[in-house]
Design a protein around this ligand. Sequence first.
Ligand SMILES: NC(=O)c1ccc[n+]([C@@H]2O[C@H](COP(=O)([O-])OP(=O)(O)OC[C@H]3O[C@@H](n4cnc5c(N)ncnc54)[C@H](OP(=O)(O)O)[C@@H]3O)[C@@H](O)[C@H]2O)c1
Length: 338
Amino acid sequence: MRKPNIAILGATGVVGREITKIVDELGIEFNEIKFLSSAKSAGTKLEFQGKTYTVEEAKPESFDGVNIVLASAGGSTSQKFAPEIVKRGGVLIDNSSAFRMEKDVPLVIAYVNDEDLKKHKGIISNPNCSTSQLMLVLKPLNDKFKIKRLIVSTYQAVSGAGLAAIKELKADTEANLKGEKFENICFKKPISFNVIPQIDVFCENGYTKEEMKVVNETKKILHLDADTPISCTAARVPVFNGHSEAVDIEFEQSVQPDEVRKILESSFGVKVIDNPENFDYPTTRDASGVDPVFVGRIRKNLAFKNGISLWCVADNLRIGAALNTVRICQKIIEMDLF
Ligand SMILES: NC(=O)c1ccc[n+]([C@@H]2O[C@H](COP(=O)([O-])OP(=O)(O)OC[C@H]3O[C@@H](n4cnc5c(N)ncnc54)[C@H](OP(=O)(O)O)[C@@H]3O)[C@@H](O)[C@H]2O)c1
């Protein structure tokens, strides 16, 4: 297997730091690695595999000789550097939403639609965090019973909005407990002791952009018909890390909760915790810091024919961003696609 030269773009951010950790955890083999940020953090020292690296400011020439770029530096940064990376023969694995819905850009969850990687023309997109955790759960169920309709309600942690949002939850909570005034910057409403029914901006149809990402990205990844009815409500909750989702699925074929449990118990990347009599169901705290997507509360849905409801939690920084990015990198190396 060929070993690539790798660059981590956005290495000083919440997702970038997690990507760096996971490159080590998954034992990704490379010739050289470099860490890039904006001018603000350039010069920062990073420890990686026993060596000290200096973070460099990302410039077009930073990508000379780089084969694979793992990017989590925001949409405008990816848009700026993508042509420079591709022009130099590199492959960009991008965490932003900049290219996700472009026809020529594969949108991939590793172990769900790896075959789509073969169609890449230099850019591969990593799905939105709330879509990502769902795919490992829905893929085996769609293969067996075929999804007819899907309704998702999300309860999303603040880490999904970056380092500044994590700091805001902490500071707002402390101020609130002391009875002090606090001015929100990252969120439109106070995030402490609150639930905010808005993530990202509103679209013309009344849904938010975050909600429409779940709708559109799910169809693209699972190759569902364009008119498959999918609806999502996304809320931000005062949790530091780990997204939770309540999922209602109607299938074409008849399905029993036990069949779903059995399929998911043997599915890659999924762990079932489902024994409500003993209070065994997954919570966000179970998921934070680990790899599996946890599923519980699997039951017959009372509103749909052939319907199933379930509860799904995962670490949004890992499967929702960094882990999948590094898994894609691993697949690209294994499939010799760089
Ligand atoms: N957090 C999540 O759960 C999640 C999930 C999926 C996708 N994403 C996406 O991943 C991206 C990063 O998110 P994050 O939460 O890690 O944000 P973050 O903590 O704010 O980190 C942003 C990173 O990007 C770098 N950066 C910013 N502008 C840059 C520029 N012009 N050139 C080079 N580097 C630049 C920053 O460098 P400095 O330190 O120099 O500012 C920092 O390393 C976003 O596109 C986000 O939508 C995040």
